[in-house]
Design a protein around this ligand. Structure first.
Ligand code: IMP
Ligand code: MG
Length: 176
């Protein structure tokens, strides 16, 4: 068990389980986009570790760029989504794969996709390390999912609780 600020968390997905799953996601993407050019767009801050690890196993002709959006405070989604910053690549006619740490309600990813569609990419896929199907209320479900998890708050491997815990190399679940 670990303590992050005022909350206690327990190990939920180990470092080894994450690494295995991340490399199998990469293998699947390598197969699906064989002989294609891909622009990966990682959503900061949460996806920095996931993006870094998955990219090491991608063997495609590719680019990576980072965008930022904020819709979350504390342990509950505020439902408020700020504007997207950093999308300065030209995505017209490109295959885009969005790298997300987690898809919860789906509000953030829906907003990102609608902003991206304005640039008329050839295709847009979503690759999310974590997905909470029971919380999802959006339109665009992830095409690639590392782990489908119950509707509980998690930290680690890039994910934060009030900005803390991102440095942890495993994923921890809140202990009630
Ligand atoms: P959504 O818009 O509700 O899908 O929320 C997406 C964003 O909320 C993610 O990119 C995370 O930053 C944050 N988030 C959702 N669930 C969790 C969680 O369990 N732990 C930490 N952050 C979370
Ligand atoms: Mg995020």
């Amino acid at each position: 068990m670990i303590q992050v600020l005022d909350k206690t968390f327990e190990v939920f997905i180990t470092r080894e389980e994450i690494q295995d799953e991340v490399s199998s996601l990469a293998k699947q993407i390598n197969v699906d986009f064989q002989n294609e050019e891909v622009v990966f767009i990682a959503v900061l801050n949460g996806s920095f570790m996931f993006a870094s690890d998955i990219m090491k196993s991608i063997d495609l002709d590719c680019e990576i760029s980072f965008i930022k959006m904020s819709s979350y405070q504390g342990t509950e989604s505020t439902g408020r989504v700020d504007e997207l910053i950093g999308l300065n690549n030209n995505l017209k006619d490109k295959n885009v794969i969005i790298l997300e740490d987690i898809i919860d309600t789906g509000i953030t990813i829906d907003k990102i996709i609608s902003l991206m569609d304005e640039q008329a990419p050839k295709s847009v896929k979503i690759c999310s390390l974590l997905y909470k199907p029971d919380a999802f209320q959006g339109v665009h479900r992830p095409d690639y999912v590392g782990f489908s998890i119950p509707n509980a708050f998690v930290v680690g491997y890039g994910l934060d609780y009030n900005e803390k815990g991102r440095n942890l190399d495993a994923i921890y679940k809140i202990k009630n």
